[in-house]
Write a new protein. Structure first.
Length: 299
């Protein structure tokens, strides 16, 4: 009989990390949207980035890390993409539902998955995912109900998401989750001043801090650390395809916490996305040079 290499089974660990990260992230997005009337979308994004950076630096102590010249460039792009993804997505959520916003944002990693696909099963799952996203989006006359600016902002956030995946794998190859702390600092230096400048006056009220701390913990500190652990263990193609679960989690979170109800076609779309994510996981294969078979004599 043959025993597959343990690395094949170990691929399931980063998949589970991604699922936990998505649940944490989308639950926090619902909470953050409740804070928009008080501090504004940019203000909440600034609080999220700034507070989560403080948390990450206390946890990982990244000042002890050293980055080579080759690692610094992807680290900068990773940090800028992380901050841009946060800010643009919150701006989009001002006018479009959470599930729809994440579905549009997901087109970024979906495009990345398509660009890196080579096997027939990969294309099948991507087609199923695209079908699911099409059903999830409101079609026909109801499409006019989606704010165009919000949709564009969500798409731009998706572009940042794709950049985040590409450069995150390179930046975190050596230091893993601790890289998130440095990337978050880069994002904070650039985007926190912008967010505070355009925030509503409620950002200066002390009562917003406890909820902002919770948003920062659930939306940045926990999920991005888990994503970095998964990102350095999975191919970019597989990571992008598995992230198709994100719109599903977002839509359910929006329904539970924001009363953003879905139509029957949108539920069918969610089902298609779940099938695509499960299918891509079941058919995933590690690189050929990482698979070896051991012949075992039966007793």
């Amino acid at each position: 009989m043959f025993i597959a290499d343990k690395k094949n089974a170990s691929l399931w660990f980063p998949v589970m990390l991604l699922l936990v990260a998505m649940i944490s992230l989308q639950g926090a997005a619902s909470l953050a949207k409740h804070l928009f009337p008080m501090a504004g979308a940019t203000g909440v994004a600034a609080l999220r980035l700034g507070l989560s950076t403080l948390m990450l630096w206390c946890i990982f102590k990244p000042w002890r890390l050293t980055f080579t010249k080759e690692q610094r460039r992807p680290l900068i792009f990773y940090g800028l993409a992380l901050g841009g993804m946060n800010m643009l997505f919150y701006l989009a959520l001002r006018t479009i539902p959470l599930g729809i916003g994440v579905a549009l944002e997901f087109l970024g990693p979906l495009t990345l998955a398509l660009a890196n696909s080579r096997r027939i099963p990969d294309f099948i799952w991507i087609i199923v995912t695209v079908t699911g996203l099409g059903l999830l989006m409101p079609l026909g006359d109801s499409l006019s109900d989606i704010d165009p600016l919000g949709a564009v902002l969500a798409l731009c956030a998706g572009a940042c998401w794709a950049i985040y995946i590409i450069f995150g794998r390179k930046a975190g190859a050596e230091h893993g989750p601790a890289t998130v702390a440095v990337g978050s600092l880069i994002a904070s230096v650039v985007y926190v001043p912008i967010g505070v400048t355009f925030a509503d006056s409620g950002i200066w009220h002390w009562e917003i801090i406890p909820l902002a701390l919770l948003v920062a913990l659930l939306s940045n500190a926990i999920p991005y650390s888990l994503e970095m652990m998964a990102l350095t263990r999975l191919p970019a193609r597989l990571f992008g395809t598995l992230m198709s679960m994100e719109p599903v989690v977002a839509a359910i979170s929006g329904m539970i916490f924001l009363s953003e109800m879905l139509t029957l076609p949108q539920w069918l779309g969610l089902t298609a996305i779940i099938v695509a994510s499960a299918g891509s996981t079941l058919t995933m294969q590690p690189p050929k040079n990482k698979i070896r078979r051991i012949k075992v004599k039966s007793s």
